[in-house]
Design a protein. Structure first.
Ligand code: AOF
Ligand code: ZN
Length: 340
């Protein structure tokens, strides 16, 4: 296995912990000797061992001498004493020969010092292998540190002709069971699940992750700036995770969520909330569950309302990142480009 393949493997390992380490980054590490993997590890749970320490442990368990190994890591090894000791110390003590890092850690406690410590100890360090993928993997962590805002995902299910509910507001169900299970997985990774008042009143969603493993239940937020949601709705006393109403500024509230430790905000409609967040450039990712159905009624409800769009030049553009078939449905995974 070459260095690039090892980094790919380290990224895959790191991604397994999505939902379990935030607000920390996802980090994976692969130990190589002569192109062979001799140890692997990843940061599995918030507060627990970092990826490099896990990979070194794995080497020792396999009876592998760590002297002279190449450590391939998705993020610069930390140089600070956090909840666990600095990874650079573990790598130096293990006498690894070379460290390959995908990207510098934007955490101000690290920010290049990890690489410097390793170099000062005589270890060769290469930065940039697989950097594009590593940045995509940790886009929420990077965004939070750079802007103080959470990573915002809009999610909706629509018919092939673009509708999310019929003219009467009926929407259960557009997508199939596999798609709905996928939504519960997404909810399980979210810190905050947000919905607009119209969708809340029409669907009475419980906004909880069900039938999936969950580290912590996301808090539930209903955006209701027109005071339409009854303050005694069952969601406020159903014994589930905290539920609250948001009446003020969307951006200020998103910042507040970050201050409270949030990384991921999942928005489950409707069209007006989607439009408001898109217009305010607060959205990072859009997930569309496309069902093989045609509604055909122009009075049905669209997925997004932003205002007039007279020519296609006025249409907001997204970038396709991935496509996931879900039985008869398809999940389309888009990113919102920074300049759009
Ligand atoms: C690494 N390897 O596997 C991870 C790193 O909360 P703590 O004490 O675990 O520290 C979290 C910070 O450490 C986080 O902000 C990031 O800078 C770094 N995460 N570093 O070398 C890892 N998870
Ligand atoms: Zn570390």
């Amino acid at each position: 296995m070459n260095q690039a393949q090892a980094m790919q493997r380290a990224l895959e390992l790191a991604a397994r912990a999505r939902g379990w380490v935030e607000p920390n980054p996802l980090v994976g590490c692969v130990m190589l000797r002569d192109g062979m993997v001799v140890g692997e590890g990843y940061h599995q749970r918030f507060g627990e061992a970092h990826a490099e320490v896990k990979a070194l442990e794995d080497c020792r368990q396999r009876g592998v001498d760590t002297v002279g190994l190449t450590a391939v890591v998705t993020l610069e090894p930390c140089a600070h004493q956090g909840k666990t000791p600095p990874c650079v110390e573990a790598l130096i003590a293990a006498k690894v020969g070379r460290v390959v890092v995908a990207m510098i850690d934007p955490d101000p406690r690290v920010a290049g010092r990890g690489v410097q410590c390793l170099r000062d100890a005589g270890i060769a360090v290469e930065v940039g292998e697989g950097e594009v993928n590593a940045r995509e993997l940790n886009a929420p962590f990077i965004k939070r540190l750079a802007t103080g805002l959470p990573y915002v995902t809009l999610k909706w299910a629509q018919t092939l002709d673009g509708y999310t509910a019929t003219s009467t507001g009926h929407s259960q169900w557009i997508s199939g069971a596999a798609s709905r299970h996928r939504v519960h997985e997404l909810r399980a990774c979210a810190d905050v699940i947000m919905v607009g008042s119209g969708t809340f009143l029409a669907d009475a969603p419980r906004l909880t992750a069900r039938d999936v493993p969950v580290r912590r239940m996301a808090k539930r937020v209903i955006v209701d700036r027109r005071g339409r949601v009854p303050r005694d709705s069952p969601i406020f006393s159903d014994g589930g995770p905290p539920a609250s109403i948001l009446e003020g500024s969307l951006e200020a509230s998103l910042r507040q969520f970050v201050d409270e430790g949030a990384t991921h905000v999942l928005v489950e409609g409707g069209a007006e909330l989607n439009g408001a967040l898109l217009k305010a450039k607060l959205v990072d990712r859009v997930l569309v569950f496309l069902a093989p159905k045609l509604c055909g009624d122009p009075a049905a409800h669209p997925a997004v309302v932003t205002g007039s769009c007279l020519t296609m030049d006025d249409a907001a553009r997204l970038t396709l990142q991935g496509v996931e078939p879900l039985q008869g449905d398809v999940m389309l995974d888009y990113r919102v480009p920074a300049e759009s």
